[in-house]
Design a protein around this ligand. Structure first.
Ligand code: CMP
Length: 139
């Protein structure tokens, strides 16, 4: 029940074998993984996904990082899924993330911050469509 959001477990987390630990945090927060796949993003995929950040000074490094190893892309379902996911992720900068959040516990830096989550319901649907077809999503 509820609605959907989009999540990425980033290369810093997959490298440290934290896919399960991060997913457990999501599940314990009341989210259900209704689609999941492990991918190694191409530069084109990463640049397209983060196109909104193209003019930011960190864009090049962000694309390098996101293509540095595997990611796990997921569709999450739950009541107020987008906000629920943002709450359990914590602030972008792990130094500012609340205790108990994924970024507070696992993130290495503001860039290598372990997870991405959609920032609006509208963006969630756009981001889901970037990586999944509807038949890959099983609620
Ligand atoms: P994410 O929520 O995926 O959105 C953009 C990403 O850019 C962010 O998480 C970080 O991984 C990365 N990033 C690197 N430097 C910064 C910065 N100074 N401010 C915001 N995001 C940054």
């Amino acid at each position: 029940a509820g609605n959907r959001t989009f999540s990425i477990i980033k290369p810093d987390a997959t490298r440290r074998n934290l896919t399960g630990a991060v997913t457990k945090k999501l599940e314990d927060a009341g989210l259900r993984v209704i689609a999941s796949k492990r991918i190694h993003m191409t530069r084109e995929q990463a640049e397209g996904f983060y196109a909104v950040h193209k003019e930011r000074p960190f864009f090049g490094e962000l694309v390098d990082f996101m293509t540095s190893g595997p990611c796990v892309v997921q569709v999450l379902e739950g009541e107020n899924a987008m906000q629920r996911n943002r709450d359990i992720m914590g602030a972008t900068n792990p130094a500012e993330a609340a205790p108990g959040t994924i970024r507070a516990e696992f993130a290495e830096s503001i860039e290598a911050n372990s997870v991405h989550g959609s920032d609006s319901d509208e963006n969630a649907e756009i981001e889901i469509a970037h990586f999944f077809t509807e038949d890959e999503i099983v609620g």
